[in-house]
Design a protein around this ligand. Structure first.
Ligand code: SER
Length: 314
């Protein structure tokens, strides 16, 4: 796994180690110091995704047959440094796909994002096949990435799969520099300071997903029968959609003193270019995708997990 210290990687790696055995899942990262849980549960290696030899060395050393390629820059960091975003997201993926082709790896998972959509795309119940004209460099790299993955599947038979994740909410590792980060930060602030200043407007609605669904989607798509899939690296995926104010209200049910104010900044424009809700019927049809968590279940679980982590269960 690349990006194993990130928001999704840090939890997906543990799930895969439980499933396949700790020694069979090699976690890799770049600069972030791996957690003790990660280090104690199986092998860890540092790589640089833009340097092919560093990835190849790990593939050869451990006789790798499958890669979960999670190393990427998110939308906000991508806007701050578009050149680095292109380099990591595109050249990194190219390296992974080339290695997959050359070493005949069996499966590759590469997440895409709802950021492939843009301001001209229909924003409600956004269909699988629609306009992909993103306004962020992150979105540009995800559209190009989907196309590159499909090309490697058709041209070289590389078994690559991927989903367009909505915003991911989780309690283990905070996200690093995305537009949907407010939907995680609000929980930390509600528990620790009983107030939060949200960087998007209160009526901003975005599609979101809770981590257990996010992990299950990756595992289930990787287990799906490849010949039965008509799509490969670009499945629309959805679980819930809510406004920033609806999220604050759901948290207030458990923390009545909590107050939220709204001071939209440059990230509002990115949020406004993305869907409000997503039609994931193709994923449901082709590999039986079905989300479990809605807003109230997610909020209850997030607060329980974070309260235990931040307040030691007090
Ligand atoms: N969560 C991501 C971001 O906000 C979207 O894929 O950048």
């Amino acid at each position: 796994m690349t990006g194993a210290c990130g928001q999704i990687g840090s939890e997906l790696v543990i799930e895969l180690r439980q499933k396949y055995g700790g020694d069979n899942v090699v976690a890799t990262g770049h600069k972030t110091k791996p957690s003790k849980t990660l280090l104690n549960s199986g092998p860890f290696e540092f790589i640089n995704i833009t340097n092919r030899e560093t990835i190849e060395a790990v593939v050869k050393r451990y006789n790798i047959d499958t890669i979960y390629h999670l190393a990427a820059l998110l939308s906000v960091v991508g806007e701050k440094n578009p050149q680095l975003c292109w380099d990591v997201n595109i050249n990194g993926l190219y390296n992974i796909l080339e290695i997959a082709r050359e070493y005949k790896l069996t499966r590759i998972f590469c997440p895409s994002s709802m950021a492939v959509f843009g301001p001209e795309t229909p924003r409600d119940n956004t269909p699988q096949e629609t306009l992909l004209c993103p306004s962020t460099m992150y979105g540009v790299t995800k559209v190009a990435g989907e196309l590159l993955c499909d090309y490697y599947f058709k041209r070289f038979g590389v078994g690559v799969r991927g989903v367009r994740y909505p915003g991911i909410i989780s309690s283990e590792t905070p996200p690093g520099g995305g537009t949907t980060d407010y939907a995680v930060a609000i929980f930390y602030e509600a528990i620790q300071h009983k107030r939060y200043t949200c960087f998007v407007k209160e009526d901003t609605v975005l599609p979101m997903m809770y981590m257990p669904d996010c992990i299950r989607a990756a595992v289930e798509l990787m287990e799906a029968d490849l010949p039965k899939l008509k799509h490969h690296a670009n499945f629309n995926l959805a679980a819930m959609s809510f406004s920033a104010a609806e999220l604050a209200t759901a948290i207030k049910k458990y923390i009545p003193e909590f107050t939220c104010e709204y001071k939209p900044d440059f990230r509002q424009e990115i949020a406004d270019s993305w869907p409000r809700s997503i039609d994931d019927s193709i994923a449901r049809e082709e590999w039986n995708w079905k989300p479990k968590y809605g807003l109230s279940m997610m909020v209850k679980d997030m607060l329980e997990k974070l309260q235990a982590k931040l307040l030691g269960g007090k």
